[in-house]
Design a protein around this ligand. Sequence first.
Ligand code: HEC
Length: 127
Amino acid sequence: MKKIIISIFAFMAILSANDSAKEIFMNKCAVCHTMGKPNHQTAVAPPARGVMFHMNEHFANDKEMIQDHINDFVLNPSKDRAICKSVRRFGVMPSQKGNITKEELAKVAVWMTEHLGAMTPKEHNKK
Ligand code: HEC
């Protein structure tokens, strides 16, 4: 019985950790990276799913994508390391230092990979 209760708490902790990563993304990133349909006239950055489409296309595995790139780029962006082709249109992303902590970003990057990654090339080209 104790085990069951512990697993329920562990499960709830996982759920709420996911929730808060989503909230962080919504509050700190979705201002620029829309979760909805992009409006080409007013967009200031590629849509969230478009970003992850390019991340998935470029990197061989999650470690390279999350730990080596996203966790660093978001705090220390530079034009020569930008993978999204839209850097030509929007310019390089402003550093998110001061907007998001390293710890928050680590959670958000995993959340993005798990929840924003399933876009096919066909869907990507449609928008
Ligand atoms: C002020 C607008 C703005 C905010 C806020 C913003 N971004 Fe960006 N982001 C951009 C733009 C513009 C690009 C495309 C150009 C580039 O890649 O640098 C981009 C690109 C990216 C990329 C792709 C990098 C690459 O290799 O091309 C990732 C990953 C990313 N953003 C994550 C985030 C996360 C996570 C947050 C929230 C902490 C965030 N962004 C907040 C504007 C923003």
